[in-house]
Design a binder for this molecule. Structure first.
Ligand SMILES: [Zn+2]
Length: 580
């Protein structure tokens, strides 16, 4: 785990000078080795710097260890690019003109999402959680953007991918000899006082490297959480990193990294219950718990993000309006030839508007990220409360919400549901589960919202409980037409139970055969579940008086109204509903 600690003000200028010098070396190295990208597809050693050192001589230097740290970063960039290049080979054959929506009188040329989705479906891999596909989809989109600019698809990865040069500095100290022996940094951690002493070898304003750098230590406070982690585990080499704010302010942080011991993964034979969750459209996440004997334990949980949806939607609209403003200003500027003073009002206004756009994007992304963390935390809290050692979630391969957004809020919900945001939740949930010793398994999502969880028969969905005259494929309400069952409920609820059923079948299979297979909902190994309301003993915090529901940072259970209000960093509460 890595925690960014902002360097004290007196150390900022020198740290930024160091990062500037290093960034230039890293960018030169990446550029020099770009032609040999393929060689980075094979990892000859763990450390990227060793690979780089074999290929290129150290630049006229400021110390060998500093060069090793720079070579490490350059090597990491090249390795990840080499991996992308291999993935590009997979999508190259799929690129087709159908992915491009040609320009019409009323519309600009753009990407044909449906065709891209189809291509992705053709690329299905049986044994993957779908995280890989998010990457592949990004590559296809990048190739389509290349087409929109150049009128043809790229034939090589390098054609569409510019040499990735760093815009913000980063220097991993992994290439040095450690905190005590370090030749570019010294670090001492005092866990009793919760302080960290740091000395960095940096150039002065004239670019000279002082020999006395070890004497210039700065002291930093270590936050409680970081200290706790450091006590549990072993600190690893830190990384110095530059952060550039939207308005151009920059500062340096030290990414303090700790290797923490993780809980051992539960063995399959010890797993007795599973938490299944569905990524909904109207609610963010719906979760249900079942045991292995076909019984649903307790009520489903709905995580609603209504007020936040509205705020994110407004922010997206604001971004669209600002983009339109940029287009207007550019058009106004281009009415006059270069050098004409009439251009300057637009030229002066453009950077301000662009800065505002990037500020909005940051806010938007930060909120999405918070949301993914919140959803992951809730799923883990629920899994712990019900003693589930396995969480089952649908595979990321299904792009379930395409084309179902009405109005600004609906459009945002579509964006929220795209693979990128779902991918973020999955990634965050995966590492949190890993730390907690909970298994996370993807499930095949096909038909999970069109099968009755009680009897296992195919079922139709309708617009609402009241409006059951016409079958609607994307309807919110599922009704079983099996005359001996007739169960009906929210489709997201049904899907979450079905995903839990899939998880239960996976565990049973693993317990008997020792093999992990991902069954589909129609397999005979997947049992229907009955509802066990009486066992719904929920071990969440006890009901608190209403007046005390507002302090931030805790989860509250409002028992008699069967809902849990979650305070997040937003002003508006996010509601977790417990429904029968
Ligand atoms: Zn049924």
């Amino acid at each position: 785990m890595s925690y960014p600690l902002r360097l004290p003000n007196e150390a900022q200028a020198a740290a930024l000078r160091l990062l500037d010098v290093s960034r230039a070396v890293i960018n030169l190295t990446v550029t020099a080795l770009w032609d040999r990208l393929d060689e980075f597809a094979t990892r000859t050693t763990t450390y990227a710097y060793k690979q780089v050192e074999e290929m290129i001589a150290a630049p006229v230097g400021h110390g060998h260890r500093k060069w090793r740290c720079e070579a490490e970063q350059a090597g990491r960039i090249l390795r990840s690019q080499a991996e992308r290049k291999q993935q590009f080979a997979l999508i190259l054959a799929l690129l087709s003109h159908g992915m491009i929506q040609p320009k019409t009188d009323t519309q600009r040329a753009g990407k044909n999402r449906k065709a891209i989705k189809q291509a992705m479906a053709d690329l299905r891999e049986v044994n993957a959680d779908g995280g890989h596909e998010v990457e592949l989809q990004r590559l296809i989109e990048q190739a389509c953007n290349f087409y929109l600019q150049n009128g043809c698809f790229p034939t090589t990865y390098e054609q569409m991918q510019p040499i990735p040069v760093l815009k913000a500095g980063i220097l991993p100290y992994a290439g040095d000899d450690g905190p005590i022996m370090g030749q570019t940094y010294r670090l001492r951690l005092d866990l009793e006082q919760q302080t960290l002493m740091l000395a960095l070898r940096t150039p002065d304003e004239q670019g000279a490297w002082a020999r006395t750098w070890r004497e210039h230590t700065v002291q930093m406070k270590v936050p409680d959480l970081v200290a706790t982690r450091a006590r549990q585990g072993a600190p690893l080499a830190p990384t110095l990193r530059e952060i550039i704010e939207a308005d151009g302010t920059r500062y340096a942080v030290l990414d303090f990294t700790v290797e923490v011991p993780v809980e051992r993964q539960a063995s399959y034979k010890d797993i007795q219950s599973v938490l299944g969750f569905d990524w909904g459209v109207r609610v963010l996440v719906t979760a249900s718990v079942t045991d292995l004997d076909g019984r649903q334990i307790g009520r489903p949980f709905f995580l609603e993000t209504g007020p936040l949806d509205g705020r994110q939607a407004r922010l997206r609209r604001q971004i669209d309006q600002l983009k339109a403003k940029v287009a207007r200003l550019e058009a106004q500027r281009d009415r006059f030839p270069v050098g004409d003073p009439k251009r300057s009002p637009s030229e002066d206004a453009l950077p301000i508007v662009r800065q505002e756009i990037s500020r909005c994007w940051r806010k938007y992304e930060a909120r999405n990220n918070d949301l993914a963390h919140l959803a992951a935390n809730i799923l883990l809290v629920l899994a712990t409360a019900f003693d589930c050692k396995l969480i089952a979630g649908e595979s990321l391969k299904s792009l379930k919400s395409a084309g179902r957004g009405r109005g600004t809020k609906g459009r945002w919900r579509n964006w929220r549901n795209n693979t990128q945001i779902r991918g973020a939740l999955w990634r965050i949930l995966r590492y949190k589960c890993f730390l907690a010793g909970v298994r996370l398994k993807w499930q095949q999502s096909a038909h999970t919202s069109h099968v009755c969880p009680r009897c296992g028969k195919p079922a139709n969905t309708y617009r609402s409980p009241a409006d059951r005259s016409t079958v609607e494929d994307w309807g919110a309400w599922l009704c079983c037409s099996n005359p001996v069952c007739l169960w009906n409920g929210s489709r997201d609820y049904a899907a979450s139970v079905n995903i839990a059923r899939l998880g239960a079948a996976l565990i049973r299979q693993a317990q008997t055969t020792g093999r992990v297979v991902h069954p589909s909902i129609t397999d005979s190994s997947v049992q229907p579940v009955s509802y066990m309301g009486t066992r719904a003993a929920l071990r969440l915090p006890p009901p608190a008086p209403r007046g005390r529901l507002v302090a931030s940072g805790r989860i509250y259970c409002n028992g008699w109204r069967l809902s849990v209000k979650l305070r997040s960093s937003y002003a508006t509460p996010i509601v977790l509903r417990l429904c029968g």
